[in-house]
Ligand binder design. Sequence first.
Ligand SMILES: C[S@@+](CC[C@H](N)C(=O)[O-])C[C@H]1O[C@@H](n2cnc3c(N)ncnc32)[C@H](O)[C@@H]1O
Length: 251
Amino acid sequence: MATATEPEPKLRGDSAVDPKDASRGPKVRAMFAGIARRYDLLNRIISGGRDQAWRRRTVKMAQLKGTEGVLDVCCGTGDLALMFARHGASRVVASDFTPEMLVLAAAKAAKAGVKLPLLAADALNLPFADAGFDVVSVGYGVRNFQDIDAGLRELARVLKPGGRLAILECTPARGLIGRFANWYINRMVPWLGNKLTGSNDRAYSYLADSIQLFPDAEALKQRLQQAGFTDVRYRKLNLGTMAVHVGTRKV
Ligand SMILES: C[S@@+](CC[C@H](N)C(=O)[O-])C[C@H]1O[C@@H](n2cnc3c(N)ncnc32)[C@H](O)[C@@H]1O
């Protein structure tokens, strides 16, 4: 949301889904279904091979202890969930509302020999009891929520009091780096998306527009506090174009 001192973000306007549409859930699902097969390849290419390092950083900041159970929401093809499983989580469950993504996550978990229960579920209406998980994670998912605040409250609901939420997300960047990041995400990424996924380049226009509309790192911190999290901290990554937020569910 732009303030009096900030100009309204300039959007491409040709994205597959209108990121301002509060009922965009089914369209977001259809868009991810369309790019699922090439999703991992595009991630590696557009991040310059860094995306797994950012997921590792997210796991590290979640500070897993002993025998904790993790829920990875918006798991996509399973990279963050598998990262938690490899780094000491005793039990990881993953959910996403796009079946095409879950099929790929299941294949990846089987290949890695990791037991990963997968569920088709909307992050805003999770089929889990209150206070069931020690850690909840979301990688590049919160930006897609139809209602960010309702989604954060739902994540808080399924966390045990004292449990941690870890969010890895793109964040709007400012200044010179912001100008370069905007050029890259607005011009290069849709072009690469077009080359590699054919007709689905507009999904990568959605990426650009949804980042522009997403709260910056400080604003997301405040939204997390409003949703029932304390000790919220964040670390910016990739020259400030990405951030990991961690917060503790109030006891
Ligand atoms: C950009 S991908 C991220 C996948 C994965 N977490 C990663 O780190 O690569 C976003 C995923 O969120 C899912 N998603 C978006 N909105 C959702 C919602 N409201 N409920 C559940 N899944 C959602 C999409 O289906 C997609 O698989």
